[in-house]
Design a protein around this ligand. Structure first.
Ligand code: HEC
Length: 485
């Protein structure tokens, strides 16, 4: 049997699975980064409270901790499993690749996360109930556990971009996959931006401080934290770009939306401006202002960051061997993994895919558009939305009125050969090239309406043919029974 490990495709109309994942991930990054940053800030403040015997700092920790509990811990714990569910259906082989290499790392991360969750409760509810020294110790354990979760997850995230060391492909071994230059620079960058988020979200807590002198002190502290971390983070981002695969830079340079660069600069400048203003004029920090700033950072900073991270990995979703469309495109001897491309080249994608319905396994005049749609779903929809909106809509790339002949040339000449660095190699039989091209042309020139109509027609024709065949079979059976009699 020439079947490969592919699963049914998950596609959200108008949006695409990639954007669903990115939406959940954006919220998760805000929640998780804010809490890890805050954990370290708490360790510092708690230490200071103990050294200088100050109750107001502990009170601040308690308020910020409460805010974290109701906001980031709830949002983080909802979006965390959300990432698992959505990525498992969007990228089953991608997640499979991560689990095969890192399942124990993830278990370890979970243990630290449990310490973190228990820790935040202890930090909030034990203020004033235990002495300051004990509180400081708890805060430090909380900070270390939070940091451990970050370190482990970043190791796994950076594997998605690039396995830590090149020898991993030959020899496997999770430490080879885990640690590399990319991991360390990314860890530094995330720590920096984490403090930026902690400082911004902390503004909401500072807004509620009554005592003007203390408000000023905390606004100053968070302001400095925010300014330094934003600048360090921006510098580390530049360094990070030197440690990513070449094709990632190609996508960065040519293929990110035009608004990406300016939008990042505006967010950076806006963030710095915000901190400077709040340091100079702590009085103007009110909850609504600080809250709005957190939302702006979320929308204008994290969304482009998460979509860029996704774009830069192209054509792969994990480890430079699992394509975004879930096909395994490279041998990895270290993990006993074989490229699936030869099988697809041999039997075609329709026959290689275990979930292709029987009536679509061979392209014919009666199922061309359905087969084309199926191939587009399997091969393209993870990266391109076939509808009007969503992630990189397909119709944007072709001129109006494009002909089938030209389309076939493109599909065969470019897509099946893997001639473009940021797209996977997608082998197809000639009949599959024709089906996909017919579908793409219809998608381009007539849109979803035309496709729905064409598919309806195909299904009706098939049904009619079946009815006719049944009728003929009946006649044949009748005749046969007459003969027997
Ligand atoms: C791994 C993700 C991925 C997959 C799978 C993928 N593409 Fe692309 N494709 C991209 C990226 C990234 C670009 C760059 C354009 C952009 O970002 O707007 C692109 C660009 C294109 C372009 C623009 C022309 C060009 O040469 O740059 C066309 C046409 C296209 N894709 C068609 C398809 C079709 C049809 C399929 C399915 C058979 C497909 N792609 C599968 C990621 C992908």
């Amino acid at each position: 049997m020439d079947l490969i490990s592919l699963y049914p495709t998950w596609y959200e109309p108008m949006l695409g699975s990639g954007w669903v994942v990115a939406l959940i991930a954006t919220f998760h990054v805000l929640a998780s980064h804010t809490s890890v940053g805050a954990a370290m800030l708490f360790a510092y403040l708690s230490h200071k409270a103990y050294r200088e015997d100050r109750d107001d700092l502990l009170d601040f920790i308690k308020k910020y901790g409460l805010f974290l509990m109701v906001f980031t811990y709830v949002a983080g714990s909802i979006t965390g499993p959300g990432i698992w569910y959505s990525t498992t259906v969007a990228s089953p082989n991608g997640i499979g690749a991560l689990i095969h290499s890192f399942v124990w790392k993830w278990a370890t991360e979970w243990v630290f996360f449990v310490i973190e969750v228990v820790g935040v409760y202890m930090i909030v509810y034990l203020v004033g109930k235990v002495d300051k020294r004990t509180h400081m110790k708890i805060s430090i354990i909380f900070g270390v556990a939070s940091f451990a979760t970050l370190l482990i997850i970043v190791g796994i995230l950076s594997f998605m971009m690039l396995p830590g060391k090149e020898v991993w492909f030959e020899e496997g071994g999770y430490l080879n996959g885990f640690y590399g230059t990319n991991t360390f620079i990314q860890t530094g960058m995330r720590i920096a931006f984490m403090f930026t988020m902690t400082a911004v979200v902390g503004g909401i807590v500072v807004a509620g401080i009554k005592d003007p002198a203390f408000k000023k002190e905390m606004a100053r502290k968070l302001g400095w934290l925010g300014i330094i971390s934003t600048l360090v983070g921006a510098a580390l981002f530049q360094l990070y770009l030197t440690a990513v695969p070449e094709q990632a830079l190609l996508v960065m340079e040519n293929r990110l939306p035009d608004y990406f660069g300016p939008s990042i600069m505006i967010v950076l400048a806006g963030t710095l401006g915000y901190f400077i203003v709040t340091m100079l004029q702590p009085k103007i920090i009110v909850e609504s202002f600080a809250g709005a700033m957190a939302v702006i950072i979320l929308v204008a900073g994290l969304w482009p960051e998460e979509t860029a991270r996704e774009s830069m990995r192209k054509p792969y979703v994990a480890g430079q061997y699992v394509y975004s469309n879930q096909v395994i495109g490279r041998d990895v001897p270290g993990m006993d993994i074989k490229s699936q491309l030869p099988t697809i080249e041999k039997v075609g994608i329709l026959k290689a895919h275990p979930f292709t319905p029987e009536h679509l396994q061979t392209v014919n005049a009666g199922n061309k558009i359905q087969a084309g749609e199926y191939i587009a779903m399997v091969y393209c929809s993870n990266c391109h939305s076939p509808s009007e909106t969503g992630i990189r809509p397909l119709h944007r790339y072709f001129p109006d009125g494009v002909t089938e002949e030209r389309m076939q040339k493109y599909v065969k000449g470019v897509l099946t050969t893997g001639n473009i660095a940021y797209m996977p190699k997608m082998p197809m039989l000639d009949s599959e090239v024709e089906a996909l091209s017919a579908y793409l042309v219809m998608n381009n020139n007539g849109g979803q309406k035309a496709i729905t109509a064409a598919i309806k027609q195909e299904v009706e024709n098939r049904d009619r043919a079946l009815v006719e065949k049944n009728a003929m079979d009946k006649v044949a059976v009748l005749e046969l029974s007459q003969e027997v009699k």
